[in-house]
Design a protein around this ligand. Structure first.
Ligand code: ATP
Ligand code: MG
Ligand code: MG
Ligand code: MG
Length: 497
């Protein structure tokens, strides 16, 4: 069976909304340089924030696009899920359609249904929709308007009430907000569906009953005193996970089994001389049960992380020791660790994947192809540097393992700090290795050691910053402020190690 191609399915979305009068715009860069509240774009609406806040007029009343998103820090952080589950990525594309003071619930719902059931031909009896159940504290009743609209398209047992967490969206403590309706799909086998309904699995972290699309109806503004004000102009903001949509239209049970990830996965498996079996632990917290499961997780992590690393670098954020740069370095090191430990790759490996990804994405995100060699070089340099110490660090952990077991299966803060300070293991990497070994990490102790070191260096007035120092995102440090294309390679040479 040949899989639907990513470019075709993406284009169908854009064509559909163009036919409904939407202006199609390109994705904004993933890296955010002018918003102190956000390191990376984490949803389709983020680049349009100013239109929703009324700071700028929207150039068009209807817009649609696919937006590169990262969920690796702050409010949305899905990093820990990646590789273990089959539908959360660090980087993903969010398809979206927007109305700025134009259409509202009725059209948004009608079009969402038409697109999914008539264009993509997803089976109606596998779709569930949700509506906001209301909230007493806010004096809001259930969103019966949305509920009634859905009744035209599907039966009551598929229209489910949802709580504030899942069905009421707010931009922040203040600002635009409103109820949302989510669309979920049940991809289980017939026999399983017959055995156990499906409605109770919605929003229950089931790997095959997944949320694909969220339609937010911004009708209120949250004031500083927490009250809600009805907005004179109502907006629609929707977000559909493209990789999940691909899973649904391809009739497979994992985002990784679609055309979005298969070229990368096949390349990784071939390079490593292994097979990808497509197995996944039942839940995120389960340990890999077999060797195949272990290598499958590693292959998924690498296929996922290379997208994040490559696109972030292409969009102007180099790996570094501060803020957004440190987030990327951490993700890169995490991928190196998986390649090293689970795929036996002792030499730089990740950088080889960049051309595969660049070719795959060239028609929609040409920025990677344009900077392919530069991106490859940055990644390879990072890999070389980290591989030098990784082996020693892992060996050190092994020699201490018996002690951890006797100490309540816990890696003490001092060791966690030594690993980060001497071996460049970000804390979450140590936590990941610990999780695989059935250990925990004393994070409090780690922070104490870190603070103590900061005091020492402050006292010693050390202005110089070593590359292996842990600097948290929140710390006020000068961040990398972008590079000039022409100067990019020179900058790399000046890169300090
Ligand atoms: P979930 O509950 O599955 O974590 P969410 O409710 O956090 O998703 P939204 O913020 O509503 O997601 O984003 C809109 C859509 O983006 C989701 O319906 C989903 O299809 C997709 N999406 C969200 N997070 C991810 C991710 N980490 N990887 C891939 N797709 C995602
Ligand atoms: Mg989420
Ligand atoms: Mg959700
Ligand atoms: Mg959601």
């Amino acid at each position: 069976m040949s899989l639907p191609t990513a470019s075709h399915v993406r284009q169908q979305f854009l064509d559909f909304f163009a036919s409904k009068g939407h202006h199609i715009v390109p994705s904004a860069p993933i890296v955010v340089k002018d918003d102190p509240t956000l390191l990376f774009i984490n949803s389709g609406m983020a680049p349009f924030k100013d239109y929703f806040l009324g700071n700028k007029p929207a150039p068009f009343k209807r817009i649609a696009d696919t937006q590169k998103c990262l969920r690796v820090s702050g409010k949305h952080n899905d990093l820990e899920e990646v590789g273990y589950d089959t539908y959360h990525h660090t980087m993903f594309e969010m398809l979206g359609n927007w109305s700025f003071g134009d259409y509202f619930k009725k059209d948004a719902i009608a079009w969402a249904w038409e697109l999914l059931t008539e264009v993509y031909k997803l089976p109606k009896d596998r779709l569930y929709v949700t509506y906001f159940e209301g909230d007493q504290g806010d004096g809001l009743g259930p969103d019966t308007e949305t509920q009634e609209l859905w009744r035209q398209y599907t039966s009551d047992d598929r229209i489910l009430p949802g709580n504030k967490k899942d069905n009421f969206w707010e931009m922040g403590d203040t600002g635009p907000c409103g109820p949302c309706t989510e669309i979920h799909i049940d991809l289980r086998d017939e026999a399983e569906v017959a055995q156990k309904g499906g409605a109770e699995l919605v929003n229950a972290d089931h790997p095959q009953v997944v949320e694909i699309w969220n339609n937010v109806f911004m009708e209120f503004e949250r004031r500083a005193d927490k009250s809600l004000l009805k907005l004179p102009q109502q907006n629609v903001d929707t977000g559909m996970g493209f990789e999940r949509l691909m899973m649904a239209v391809s009739g497979v049970k994992s985002n990784y089994d679609t055309d979005v990830f298969q070229p990368l996965i096949q390349f990784i498996a071939a390079e490593a001389g292994l097979q990808y079996h497509g197995t996944a632990p039942a839940t995120v917290n389960d340990q890999p049960a077999t060797e195949n499961e272990k290598t499958d997780i590693a292959i998924r992590v690498i296929a996922d992380h290379i997208r994040t690393i490559s696109f972030t670098i292409a969009d102007g954020q180099l790996p570094s020791n501060v803020k957004a740069g440190y987030v990327i370095r951490r993700i890169l090191r995490r991928a190196v660790r998986y390649a090293f430990s689970s795929l036996n790759q002792k030499q730089p490996f990740l950088y080889k994947l960049v051309p595969v990804l660049a070719d795959q994405m060239a028609s929609i995100f040409p920025e990677l192809k344009q900077q392919q060699q530069f991106v490859q070089r940055v990644i390879e340099e990072e890999e070389i540097a980290f591989l030098k110490t990784l082996e020693n660090g892992l060996r050190r952990l092994e020699t201490l393992e018996e002690g951890f077991r006797q100490n309540g299966n816990r890696i003490d803060g001092k060791t966690a700090f030594e690993l980060s300070d001497t071996f460049g293991f970000p804390l979450d990497l140590t936590a990941l290795i610990a999780r695989e070994k059935g250990l925990t990490v004393d994070e409090e102790g780690f922070k104490k050691e870190l603070d103590a070191q900061k005091n020492r260096s402050r006292n010693a007035q050390e202005a110089e910053q070593s590359d292996w120092t842990i600097v948290t995102e929140s710390e006020e440090q000068p961040a990398f402020v972008g590079y000039d294309q022409e100067q990019a390679p020179a900058r790399i040479l000046r890169y300090r190690r």
